[in-house]
Design a protein around this ligand. Structure first.
Ligand SMILES: [Cu+2]
Length: 221
């Protein structure tokens, strides 16, 4: 009798496990450029219609280094409310500016965004740094008033289901709640927003390919 009860309890746990697994779906998004080649550093945002219990938030802090006349990383992904720390490792000054990316960069007033002057790093001293808080979602273009070749981006998201594509151009989410969801793809050189795609996450793994209308420019090495 006791054994039977234990088996019943075990079976109940198995059922619960199966139910929990069924609620989370796998969604794979592949981003390719106009010529069909995989695109790294594109941002994929999934917004489930019913987010359920949600997902752990993305890290609310990020460091963007200015090293060798580059912003590193080139694309930084943070949630709304995150704190960014800019650190100048170069021995010369950088005058960092952040402003709306995409088509907005042609219409936004110059007073939008932020500016930071970071003195060059002196031998034997700590690098200069400054912090900025990202209060709104959207893509930010980073530049430097002193060095026109410097370019970087910050993507501020309001969905915890947000990730960057790897070198294979793919992002895989294994924990999208079952049901309808919207998928947005952002890429730095795709200035015109791509249409939002709809998927129905479910028992069958969802595969979605999104093609850019551009071929992203290569990063200066
Ligand atoms: Cu600079």
């Amino acid at each position: 009798m006791a054994t039977q009860a234990r088996w019943r309890a075990f079976a109940a746990v198995l059922c619960l496990g199966a139910a929990a697994a069924a609620q989370a779906a796998t969604v794979t998004v592949s981003v390719v450029d106009r010529e069909g080649n995989p695109v790294a550093d594109a941002v994929v945002v999934i917004t489930p219609a019913a987010p359920g219990a949600g997902r752990p938030p993305l890290a609310a802090q990020a460091v963007i280094a200015q090293t060798g006349m580059r912003f590193t990383p080139a694309v930084t992904l943070v949630p709304v409310g995150a704190r960014l720390t800019f650190v100048n490792n170069d021995p010369w000054e950088h005058h960092v500016r952040g402003s709306a990316a995409g088509m907005a960069q042609f219409t936004a007033s110059t007073s939008d965004g932020f500016e930071l002057r970071l003195a060059g790093k002196k031998d034997g001293q700590a690098a200069q740094s400054a912090e900025v808080t990202m209060t709104e979602k959207g893509a930010i273009l980073l530049g430097c008033h002193l060095h026109a070749s410097m370019r970087g981006h910050v993507f501020v998201t309001d969905s915890p289901w947000t990730d960057r594509t790897g070198p294979d151009g793919r992002v895989v989410f294994n924990d999208v709640p079952n049901g309808a969801a919207q998928v947005r793809v952002w890429q730095a050189d795709q200035l015109v927003d791509l249409p939002v795609r709809s998927v129905n996450a479910g028992a069958q793994a969802t595969q979605l390919q999104v093609q850019l209308q551009v071929v992203p420019r290569r990063r200066r090495l």
